[in-house]
Write a protein that binds this ligand. Structure first.
Ligand code: ADP
Length: 408
């Protein structure tokens, strides 16, 4: 690599374009300088060399003092000095293809070391013009003898140069997207740990509030006047709903970890039995699928999902004995679950929104409380992590059916 540049006689150095500073910046912005050879560019130069029937074809980027060769078909080096480069001249021209048919007879090149020592005699180069209009370098060919190109060969070089710029743009977009993706993931992680820490840290002051209000009620009940007791119950209610939020948030953030382990192959009944156990003291009739079904899934995640859906079916239900029906089927790709209740139903306009974090349908539960809107968001996140989806069909006053899939 490297050429003796001390013995020039009368050859002309390429001048710098008028917009050289901005052009250089544009070249650097593509983040291609000093990158390794890539098959996608080497295929282009090999193809061009073949089509034009020449020994050498290059994709070049003109850096400050060198011509960096992103692809070099037919030469063993990946850069050469800019001041002896043909490409340095090519980017100064307005023509779509700069051609030197016989460099030995051209006073700009006749004693250029590329000509005298490396026998470059024929050159044709199409500028690589960036979308902002800067000539970054060239797609060019060399031959060791004087020659001409056919019209279609010229056309191929010009058109291919445009394709090469498109590849440059894709390369840049790809790098930007990867960086963006990384940043987004990092931000998401920070946000998650922030929310986790906050909800965790709120627990103990909240526990203090709860026990102090209890103390107040127990010890000072007689000294508090009517309004005082009402205010006290407001504090208790607020603490209770704050507690629900905090617990919900913690569950939401912890739920992600439920799919980090390996799926287990188990009887579906081992899951439904656990779920059933948690509701057995309540006035509720739950029916589960038959007991001999075997599934492969994240056990804890499926428990969490069923738990949330069933307790919603009970919570948003006016019947003295809420009825919940869990059904199951499968095909080669998915497991399908339906959780049907005979509860208050959800108004059509709100059906999509209830899956979003902190969204409720606005109705109070059977105890007259407003929900936190965290449960279904947790359920949806879990299901999507398991490659499935969830949907809802509901008739107000009749009941709702939540249908979800889990990918096998
Ligand atoms: P939360 O119950 O804490 O509000 P969810 O995200 O589980 O949180 O539910 C969001 C909202 O969707 C609830 O507030 C309620 O309005 C509505 N909802 C959920 N499940 C049902 C159901 N089975 N029947 C009627 N409404 C429901």
């Amino acid at each position: 690599m490297g050429f003796p540049i001390s013995h020039y006689h009368t050859m002309k150095y390429p001048q710098l374009p008028k917009n050289e500073n901005k052009r250089l910046q544009n070249v650097k912005n593509f983040l291609l300088l000093d990158t390794l050879p890539e098959a996608i560019y080497d295929d282009v130069t090999a193809l061009i060399a073949d089509i034009c029937n020449v020994p050498i074809s290059l994709i070049t980027l003109l850096d400050e003092e060198r011509n960096f060769l992103k692809s070099h078909h037919g030469v063993p080096f990946n850069e050469s000095p800019r001041n002896i480069s043909f490409c340095g001249h090519a980017i100064l021209e307005e023509t779509p293809l700069f051609i030197i048919e016989d460099a030995t007879k051209d006073n700009r090149f006749h004693d250029n070391p590329l000509v005298t020592e490396h026998k470059a005699q024929f050159y044709a180069g199409a500028p690589l013009i960036s979308p902002s209009g800067y000539k970054l370098g060239t797609l060019c060919v060399f031959d060791t003898k004087p020659r001409e190109l056919s019209e279609s060969q010229k056309n191929v070089i010009i058109k291919m140069a445009q394709q090469v710029v498109k590849l440059f743009e894709l390369h840049k977009k790809n790098i930007e997207l990867t960086a963006f993706d990384k940043e987004l993931k990092a931000r998401n992680e920070r946000l998650k740990s922030f929310a986790g820490v906050v909800s965790h840290d709120l627990k103990s002051p909240l526990a203090n509030i709860t026990s102090l209000t209890q103390l107040l009620r127990n010890e000072y009940q007689d000294t508090l006047k009517g309004d005082g007791l009402t205010y006290l119950s407001y504090i208790e209610e607020s603490s209770e709903s704050l507690r629900n939020y905090i617990e919900g948030m913690l569950k939401f953030y912890k739920s992600e970890a439920l799919t980090d382990t390996k799926p287990e192959t188990i009887f579906l009944s081992s899951i439904t039995n656990e779920v059933e156990e948690l509701f057995h003291h309540k006035n509720v009739i739950i029916s589960f699928p038959k007991s001999n079904i075997v599934i492969t899934t994240y056990k804890m995640a499926l428990i969490q999902i069923l738990l949330n859906l069933i307790s919603n079916g009970i919570k948003y239900n006016q019947n003295p004995y809420p009825k919940i029906d869990v059904s199951f089927k499968e095909d080669t790709i998915f497991y399908y679950f339906d959780v049907q209740d005979n509860g208050i139903g959800i108004e059509k306009a709100k059906q999509k929104r209830v899956f979003e974090l902190f969204e409720t349908a606005g109705q109070l539960d059977s105890k007259g409380k407003k929900g936190t809107g965290i449960g279904l968001a947790t359920v949806k996140t879990l299901i999507e992590k398991m490659g499935g989806s969830i949907s809802l069909s509901s008739v107000e006053g009749k009941g709702s059916t939540f249908s979800f899939t889990i990918k096998k």
